[in-house]
Ligand binder design. Structure first.
Ligand code: FAD
Length: 524
């Protein structure tokens, strides 16, 4: 019952809140005054840049008459609102939907020559305003780069950046194969891979990006290159977690693994199960490496409308056999108010959960990183719950959660085994909890309040974790909020290496200055 009510609260109607700027007006009065007001975290476009945007949209329209969309057109609206959170809707002057790497290359050459600002959007699931959209500039929406092709020997699958993980899993299912990607199928392929990517299979095989064997990339020069462990090897390494500072990826080749069926589902527990639940999470955090086929996503879930807090976990086990697995028994033994854990396939599991997750509710993420100790869990739990109740419980539509993502030593070691990655997470201090706080609410009027609260609760918890000696350094880019230190916490001095690679492949800083949205190594 509670599950039904909670999930129905997730179905929110898309709010169409942004008036479209008139492309024709912008084009005729290239004064720059038509550029829309920036959102939080976005720099305003000055008149020079606005002029450049008008010229760029005009040039792109001439080159791509059937792939360039302007305000008032249905495709413009659909692409501009192809985001998980309405906080990401903006007012680009025009939207380009390239359908090949060659199109992307031509577009980058035009934008670079005209010094026009632009943004790149994959699946649109990074909820930081301005990270994958732009006011007054050009939005390159990758929706039509939809390649999906299994290699002749089935060892890898080539995937275009317009794909979502549910499509990749559904494509591979008839072959009994999987690739490492999102645990929610609606999430886009490119953003997840460029930040690392935590998969249900990460305890076995590492970050999703550790399992990429080739990236086709459009460089700032417009050149299209394929980066592998042996060609453009520095770029290949940088793309495994360096974000969008290096190029636009137009194809990912992903290792495949046999996993014809799995056990997966969600268990939900009432508030009185808090202590045994946290004990089960702590135990999995400590001993998760012992059985690498198991994965969990335990969460505190607070729902203002029902004035309630529940505990949930996704349970996962990579097996075609028995779902009763000792590694998960601390969770399955608890009395649950809902339980869908059963034999299924990855494609079927994500299709089922995707159907319950709607777009359209305002969202904010923030990360907390700790050693995998029971004390750390208790600190995060107690402080988060109390501060939400004290400060934002009255916000319209508020839902607040913390997902405790256990990260095992085996997970980290897989990155090393696959050739290393820029994150270089310290394996000596593993295991960890990489936690993501998620706030969702209804009204734009509450954006500032939620953002301020997210900053505050995170800094209070970070200080408390430091006080109990449980704070960990690495913070996961894809779950982070604006201003959190990401590349600064990569290990082995890798930030300097990333900056040098950025300078080598993009000396004019096209993907840093002209494409300002996203996590930038140069700004860290
Ligand atoms: C409901 C939900 C579930 C999630 N589950 C998981 C999970 O299981 N595991 C996990 O690791 N993360 C998860 N995440 C986080 C997710 O990995 C990030 O939000 C990720 O950025 C989403 O990728 P995207 O393509 O949808 O993002 P977008 O918002 O489209 O892009 C994110 C960033 O990548 C850049 N970018 C996109 N495509 C390209 C490209 N082709 N070339 C260069 N730059 C590009 C954009 O400019 C932007 O800065 C989840 C997020 C949500 C909202």
């Amino acid at each position: 019952m509670l599950v039904t009510m909670r999930l129905s609260a997730l179905f929110t109607v898309l709010c169409l809140v942004h008036p479209d700027p008139a492309w024709a007006t912008a084009r005729s009065s290239a004064s720059g005054t038509s550029a829309a007001a920036p959102g939080r975290g976005e720099a305003p476009l000055n008149s020079t840049h606005a002029n450049a945007s008008v010229l760029a949209c005009s040039a792109l329209e001439g080159t791509f008459p059937t792939k360039l969309w302007v305000p008032g057109q249905a495709n413009y609206t659909a692409e501009n609102q192809h985001f998980w959170s309405p906080t990401d809707y903006a007012s680009p002057l025009c939207v380009l939907t390239p359908s090949s790497a060659s199109d992307v290359s031509t577009a980058v050459r035009i934008l670079s020559r005209l010094k026009a600002k632009f943004a790149v959007r994959g699946g649109g699931h990074m909820p930081i305003p301005g990270y994958a959209n732009i006011n007054g500039g050009v939005l390159i929406a990758l929706s039509d780069l939809g390649q999906l092709a299994l290699a002749n020997d089935s060892s890898y699958v080539s995937v275009g950046p317009g794909r979502r993980w549910e499509e990749v899993y559904a494509y591979l299912q008839p072959y009994g194969l999987i690739a490492l990607g999102g645990r929610v199928g609606l999430v886009g392929v490119p953003g997840l891979l460029l930040g690392g990517g935590i998969s249900f299979y990460s305890n076995q095989y590492g970050f999703a990006a550790d399992n990429v064997i080739a990236y086709q990339v459009v460089l700032a020069s417009g050149a299209i290159v394929t980066a592998t462990a042996s060609a453009y090897a520095d770029l290949f390494w940088a793309l495994k977690g360096g974000g969008n500072s290096f190029g636009i990826v137009t194809r990912f080749d992903l290792l495949t693994y046999s996993s014809p069926s799995i056990c997966a589902g969600i268990m939900e527990y009432a508030g009185d199960q808090q202590q045994p639940f946290l004990a089960a999470v702590a135990n999995f955090g400590q001993y998760g490496s012992a059985d690498t086929k198991a994965a969990v996503i335990p969460s505190i879930f607070m729902l203002g409308a029902l004035n309630t807090t529940v505990y949930t976990t996704a349970l996962f086990y990579d097996t075609t056999a028995n779902c009763s697995q000792p590694a998960l028994s601390n969770f399955t033994a608890l009395p649950a108010i809902a339980n869908s854990y059963a034999s299924t396939t990855l494609a079927a599991y994500v299709a089922g959960t995707d159907a319950l997750i709607g777009d359209g509710t305002r969202q904010e993420f923030r990360v907390i990183s700790s050693l995998a100790t029971a004390a750390a869990l208790q600190v995060v739990h107690d402080t988060f719950v109390q501060m939400v109740l004290d400060h934002i419980w009255d916000v319209d539509g508020i839902q607040a959660s913390v997902a405790f993502q256990p990260v095992t030593s085996h997970f980290i070691q897989q990155g090393i085994a696959h050739g290393g990655n820029p994150q270089a997470v310290d394996v000596a201090s593993a295991p960890y909890f990489w936690m993501v706080e998620n706030f969702s609410w209804n009204s734009a009027a509450d954006d500032a309040k939620i953002h301020a609260f997210a900053l505050n609760v995170t800094s209070v918890i970070d200080a408390q974790l430091s006080a109990v000696g449980a704070k960990a350094r690495y913070q996961y880019m894809n779950d982070a909020g604006s201003g959190q230190a990401i590349f600064q916490n990569y290990g082995a001095g890798n930030l300097a290496k990333l900056k040098a690679i950025r300078a080598r492949y993009d000396p004019a800083k096209v993907y840093t200055d002209l494409m300002p949205g996203g996590w930038k190594v140069d700004l860290a």
